[in-house]
Ligand binder design. Sequence first.
Ligand SMILES: [Zn+2]
Length: 157
Amino acid sequence: MRCPECSNTSNKVLETRLSKDRNILRRRRQCNSCNTRFSTQEEMVRGDLMVIKSGGRKEDFNIQKVREGLQLALRKRPVGDDAINEAVENIKLSVSDRLDREVFSHEIGEMVMIELKRLDEVAYVRFASVYREFKDASEFIETIQSMQSVDYDSDQQ
Ligand SMILES: [Zn+2]
């Protein structure tokens, strides 16, 4: 990191900021020789995120699979692409915070369900009934009942 004025490589960091998407680190620096202030940007390079499956097997995290899961659950539901993209971004942001670079597959399932519950109750039930391993029927019924207390939109079924 050279000073743009005198090319000195010694400087101090005055301020560090992380961009909103958490991918770029912006630093305000001051040259230790001529006191010129300048900014630098550093792109964050992180290791690949691994998904730990229920059997303990690991595989690369694939955001496309999350998107496909959401699209499948939301098939023929009145939810637009923008809303799906936002949900995908929310999940991407949640998993990219993982310092250990590992996430359990059931945690991703939970994140998907949180987004679905927000987007569309019918799609939420559809997804939950397929992906969540209900311990028994009463647990499933409890989930349905807790949702019936939520106000539905006009597309009640
Ligand atoms: Zn300088």
